[in-house]
Design a protein around this ligand. Sequence first.
Ligand SMILES: Nc1ncnc2c1ncn2[C@@H]1O[C@H](COP(=O)(O)OS(=O)(=O)O)[C@@H](OP(=O)(O)O)[C@H]1O
Ligand SMILES: Nc1ncnc2c1ncn2[C@@H]1O[C@H](COP(=O)(O)OP(=O)(O)O)[C@@H](O)[C@H]1O
Length: 209
Amino acid sequence: MTQKSTNTVWHHAAVSRQDRERLHNHKSAVLWFTGLSGSGKSTLAHAVEDRLHKLGISTFVLDGDNVRHGLCSDLGFTDADRVENIRRISEVAKLLSEAGVITLTAFISPFREDRNAARKLMPHGDFLEIYCQCPLETCEQRDVKGLYKKARAGEIPFFTGIDSPYEEPERPELIVKTGENSLDECVDGVIQLMARRNIVNLSSVKTCQ
Ligand SMILES: Nc1ncnc2c1ncn2[C@@H]1O[C@H](COP(=O)(O)OS(=O)(=O)O)[C@@H](OP(=O)(O)O)[C@H]1O
Ligand SMILES: Nc1ncnc2c1ncn2[C@@H]1O[C@H](COP(=O)(O)OP(=O)(O)O)[C@@H](O)[C@H]1O
């Protein structure tokens, strides 16, 4: 994108990300859920958030459908619009991460290059790509919002998996088999990954309901 804001100078904050992390008593990170429509990104991201919240961890979920009602309401589903969608989300995720919050994003994010660009925006180790791996047939059978039926009927152009591509992650931090494992098993997998990466220390967190 062309940089139009010129003559701007970065202002360094008195309170650092590390200060905020100390206040929260945990590190911040971005959990980037990617996968086909209906693969379980939203369900899983919200279930992980619920588990983390109960452990006293500050979280925020950025969800595709919701963000497209506001920040990205001017964007559709052409390749170019999806690129811009993911670019904006990546920047928001970075800001939330600097605020000391564990950010969970649930976007199809079909292009490898855009997910890699999001990864590069964050400090090394902060970006965890979580592939919600679920066969297209299963997503289509679920058809949570009835969109696959419409796409097959030709009523929704550029539908991911039908007439718009999804590029599988090559080296995600985690693959969750949302087509065959239970939601609880998938949530456990994500929490264990966070513990392995020292993002959460399950033995020292406070709990709240
Ligand atoms: N053409 C087309 N292709 C895919 N998805 C479509 C389309 N049109 C509308 N929807 C609905 O928009 C949700 C996906 O938005 P995202 O912002 O996650 O998409 S992307 O990352 O920019 O590709 C997606 O939500 P999820 O089902 O939660 O993935 C759909 O509800
Ligand atoms: N292991 C699982 N993880 C997440 N969702 C699952 C799982 N197993 C079944 N589901 C179901 O699959 C559907 C996924 O829908 P949703 O979360 O909206 O997907 P997406 O956000 O990827 O479009 C939900 O109805 C959910 O209950």
